[in-house]
Each structure stands twice: as structure tokens, then as C-alpha cells.
Design a binder for this molecule. Structure first.
Ligand SMILES: [Zn+2]
Length: 424
């Protein structure tokens, strides 16, 4: 066993710059794997290879276990099959003792292209244009995954290893509920901290909203449109439901507690998918709205569910038909509370210091109107925080990441490993 060695910021930053080629090559390969929900495996194959072939580590599968997930109170409900799905993790063997242990996590799953025809280049091609790399998932968050690998690669090329255990994790299902991260927590590992390089450049979102996904099923009565008065159109009935849910959103935004009282519109409600009807000349028999709404930390999910159900019931009460055939609310996907980590937590301070050392600019700390996997670690007693590359139009069209910020993120993570874990 070796003692702790001191390595300068500039030596580490140079070592990371020297692995830019491999890091960006990995990022491009990841972007070109269209790892939407249910299709994560090609991405996990690439990450597994990177852990083994680039880093010389032993990748280990953390398989998704539907029964274990459903038995956990913090899991998100899911209607889809998770059998055969895996998270991939790799432990970086320690070269000494002392220091604090760390998980570096990223999610391999991405959202769909939204509208492929609106993209300037195909969403699942990694296209470099100057300092920007385009492609779905480039920023959210394959750049973060690649940066984590780049950080470890650069340090290993210097012949260094951590004094305390470091585990790299590539998880599934962050974009739909967070059960991949939960499965990793269920594996029993309890590091001193977890860091997730989501695209929050220069900002550590220590307070995050909770998110709820729900479907509203509305039933109508189909008839020929010539006899429309004898039927009931489920699609048109959904308009009143949406209106009432936006009223709930307004209510939630009015009473924003700190630190969200400084955020212009902290709670966003969205109807993301509408499905229903089957013929232009048939009164629509059914309609389903797939929705997302948020709430503040400290509110139980059950309370938000009750408010959603009340809003849907209010919209139905205005129609005698819907009062007799009430829309049903189902839960599938995100069902999480908001999260908060105190600003003075050592991992927040260490991450902020690493960011400033690399970029020369202090990191901000505050609330975000989104959620990330940090909440799952925090709920398990593991302090967890995000900071990462500069990305634009995540979940939109022409998503892109600023390439220099990918390498800066790798440098930030490498300095963090030095200062948090110690190196030998
Ligand atoms: Zn993300």
C-alpha cells in the first residue's frame, strides 16, 4: 500500500486533456446508440466495454429486479417489462486507505427525438460542428457518462488510484422514474457521496422538485358523427380535464416555499402524450392523457396524487355524462418527492471547489424545476449532487453539448476524486 500523493491541478488537468480523443470518441458512440426506454442495452454494452477496455476495470451487472423494486416504497410504478435490463457498474480498486468513497453515476437512457423531422441532423447521429456536438442525449447525459470515464482514464494514465473506493455506475430508467438508480442503491453500496454530471454547468441544484407521472383515461360513447348527439366524444371531454389540471398548476405556483419563491414558475404541468379515437367520422370512444406535474420537497407523493384526482373529479362534475362515467387516474412512472441537500454538505463544497479550480468561476447553488437521480441516493442517506457540461435544448430538437465543457467536466471530476478520495 502506498501513501497519499499530492498531484497538482495542472498535472491532472493536462492528463485529462490528453485523453480528449478517447473521451469524445466514447461520447459519439454513446450518442449513436438510440437508448430510449426499453432500448438501453446497446448503450450498456458500450459502457461495459469502456469500463473494461479503456479503464481496465471489471464491469458488473446490477440487473433490474421487478419484484425487489416494487417492494421498495421509493420506487416508481412501472407497467413495462424490466426483465433482462441491467445497470452496469465498475469498481476502481483502491491503492491505499483513508479518503472518502464515491460513486460517479450517469444515466444511459435518453428521451425520444420529439419530432425527428425538425432536427437539422438525424437525432441519433453524433454530428460535430465547431465546438458543439449534436445528437439526442449528447448533453443529457452521455457527455456526463463520457466525462466520468475520461476522468478515471486520465488519472489511471498518471499511474494513480484512489485511496477510497470509487464506483462508476451507468444506470437505466432515469428519464421515466429512477428505478435504475434505486436498483444500484438496493445493491447495498453506501458510498460517502454520489456525484452525477447532469448538464448543470456551474450550478449545483441542491433543491429539486418531486415529479409525478399519471395517465387520465376518459371513456366516451362512439357513434357515427351523423348521430353525434347520441354519442359522447372522449377526446373533446379531455379539454376540460386539461384546463382543471392547469388550474392545479397555478395553485401550486402561487404558494411557492423557499427557495422556489425566487423561481418565476417552479411547478410545470405538461400533457406529453394524447392518444384516443380511431376514425374521423366516429365520435371518439376513448382518450388517454399522459401527464407530468411537479411539487415541492417535503410534500408526500400521496398528497399530490390526491390533488390530481380532485382536479380530474372537478372537471368531470360539470358534465352529467362524465359524472356518471368518471375519468380514471392511473400512475405509471415518476412518483417521487422533491429532494434537498444542505449547501454546507462536504460533497457540495468539494464539487464547487473543483468546479472553480477548473473554470475559474464560482459554482452557483440553488433550486431546479426538474428532478434527477440524486434524490434516490439522498433518500438512502448518501449525500449526492450534480454539476456537469453545458448543453442546450435537452428533450427538444437539435440537442447539443459544448465540447470544451465535456472535458472541463472530466477535469472537475478528476480533481474531485483527488480531493475527496485521495490518490496514491
Ligand atoms: Zn438527465
Amino acid at each position: 500500500m502506498l501513501g497519499r500523493v499530492e498531484v497538482s491541478d495542472s498535472d491532472i488537468m493536462d492528463a485529462i486533456s490528453a485523453v480528449e480523443g478517447e473521451t469524445l470518441e466514447l461520447l459519439s458512440r454513446l450518442v449513436e446508440a438510440p437508448t430510449t426506454l426499453g432500448n438501453e442495452e446497446p448503450g450498456q454494452v458500450i459502457m461495459s466495454e469502456a469500463f473494461r477496455d479503456l479503464l481496465g476495470l471489471e464491469p458488473v451487472d446490477v440487473a433490474m429486479d421487478a419484484e425487489a423494486l416494487r417492494a421498495h416504497p421509493g420506487s416508481a410504478p412501472f407497467s413495462w417489462d424490466v426483465s433482462g435490463k441491467r445497470n452496469v457498474v465498475a469498481d476502481w480498486p483502491t491503492a491505499g486507505t483513508g479518503g472518502r468513497s464515491l460513486v460517479l453515476q450517469g444515466h444511459i437512457d435518453v428521451v425520444g427525438p420529439a419530432a425527428e423531422k425538425l432536427w437539422r441532423t438525424p437525432p441519433f447521429q453524433a454530428v460535430r460542428d465547431g465546438d458543439w456536438l449534436y445528437g439526442r442525449g449528447s448533453g443529457d447525459m452521455k457527455a456526463g457518462l463520457a466525462a466520468g470515464v475520461g476522468a478515471v482514464l486520465g488519472l489511471r494514465r498518471l499511474g494513480l488510484a484512489p485511496l477510497a473506493p470509487v464506483q462508476l455506475q451507468s444506470v437505466v430508467e432515469e428519464e421515466c422514474g429512477g428505478n435504475g438508480a434505486l436498483q444500484c442503491v438496493l445493491s447495498g453500496l453506501r458510498p460517502d457521496a454520489a456525484v452525477i454530471p447532469e448538464p448543470y454547468p456551474g450550478f449545483i441544484p441542491t433543491t429539486q422538485v418531486g415529479v409525478l407521472w399519471f395517465d387520465v383515461d376518459i371513456a366516451g360513447t362512439p357513434t357515427h358523427v351523423a348521430d353525434a348527439q347520441d354519442g359522447f366524444n372522449a377526446i373533446e371531454a379531455s379539454f376540460a380535464v386539461v384546463k382543471e389540471l392547469h388550474a392545479l398548476e397555478d395553485e401550486l405556483n402561487e404558494g411557492a416555499p423557499p427557495p422556489f419563491d425566487d423561481v418565476p414558475h417552479p411547478i410545470n404541468f405538461n400533457v406529453g402524450v394524447v392518444s384516443g379515437g380511431d376514425w374521423a367520422s366516429t365520435v371518439a370512444a376513448e382518450c388517454t392523457l399522459s401527464c407530468r406535474i411537479a411539487h415541492y420537497p417535503g410534500t408526500p407523493v400521496t398528497e399530490l396524487q390526491r390533488r390530481v384526482e380532485d382536479a380530474v373529479a372537478r372537471s368531470a362534475s360539470a358534465s352529467p355524462y362524465l359524472a356518471a362515467h368518471p375519468p380514471a387516474v392511473r400512475y405509471d412512472g415518476f412518483a417521487c418527492e422533491g429532494s434537498h441537500l444542505a449547501e454546507d454538505q462536504p460533497i457540495v463544497q468539494a464539487l464547487a471547489a473543483s468546479w472553480e479550480a477548473v473554470t475559474g468561476t464560482p459554482a452557483g447553488i440553488g433550486p431546479t424545476t426538474a428532478t434527477t437521480d440524486v434524490r434516490t441516493y439522498i433518500a438512502a442517506g448518501i449525500p449526492a449532487a450534480c454539476i456537469g457540461p453545458r448543453a442546450e435544448r435537452i428533450h427538444g430538437v437539435d440537442e447539443r453539448v459544448f465540447v470544451p465543457s465535456v472535458m472541463q467536466t472530466a477535469q472537475v471530476l478528476a480533481l474531485l476524486v483527488r480531493d475527496w478520495c485521495g490518490l496514491a
